[in-house]
Ligand binder design. Structure first.
Ligand SMILES: [Zn+2]
Ligand SMILES: [Zn+2]
Length: 220
């Protein structure tokens, strides 16, 4: 596991491809500090929590969990972390609905995710110094998180990224790619400094990034 400090208050924990589960892609999760409170954005697989816990507690007091969406690779650690720290977990209501339905690529009933999540609100997100935006397509209630002060945008699976360009999310897990690419237009409204995705490299924003993605990947 690699730890990268993205800005004053934001840490990214990167689990390289294959480091936790043999076939898994690289998975990034984020910790956002607000004074001594720690907000956790996505958790990865349950196998990742043991290492994660050490760093969460070293940083401060765990306060709440937010998830970008309910796919397995983003939330399977929620069960353990929420219980261990006795903190609430929040997701967009459309994602909660999918999680309750328990159909792949969401966790199944064996993963015991039912009833784990409360509805994400602007108020709770604001307490963390963040703003959230709903960006459907990859999943119905996919949500991205922006740290206004430090201008870091955590995009989940809205994009995959290299250190130079934006790519679409993984096709196999994206029911509406056109909607997802359209949702990505929010990037040019936010104009962050740094973009950090769940399965790729971090990159600096520029005004060409989104138009290139839309040009190459948006189906007409
Ligand atoms: Zn996903
Ligand atoms: Zn993912």
């Amino acid at each position: 596991m690699n730890i990268i400090q993205l800005s004053k208050s934001i840490y990214k924990y990167e689990f390289p491809a294959g480091s936790v589960l043999k076939d898994a892609v690289r998975i990034n999760v984020w910790l956002v500090l607000k004074r001594t409170d720690v907000y956790i954005i996505d958790t990865g697989f349950a196998e990742m929590t043991e290492e994660l816990v050490k760093y969460i507690t070293a940083l401060g007091t765990p306060k709440a969990l937010f998830v970008t969406h309910g796919h397995r690779d983003h939330i399977l650690g929620v069960h353990q972390l929420a219980h261990m720290f006795d903190i609430p977990a929040y997701a967009h209501p459309l994602e909660i609905k999918q999680i309750e339905n328990a159909m792949a690529p969401y966790p199944t009933s064996e993963d015991k995710m039912s009833g784990m999540f409360k509805e994400l609100t602007d108020e709770i997100v604001k307490e963390a110094g963040l703003q959230s935006f709903v960006t459907p397509g990859h999943s119905p209630g996919h949500t991205i998180f922006y740290h206004m002060e430090e201008q870091v945008l955590m995009v989940g699976d809205l994009f995959t990224t290299t250190d130079k360009q934006l790519l679409p999310p993984i096709v196999r897990f994206t029911p509406d790619m056109t909607e997802s690419i359209d949702s990505g237009a929010i990037l040019d409204e936010i104009k962050p400094n740094l973009i950090s995705s769940s399965h790729g490299e971090d990159l600096l924003y520029n005004e060409e990034l989104y138009s290139q993605l839309a040009y190459f990947f948006r189906a007409e």
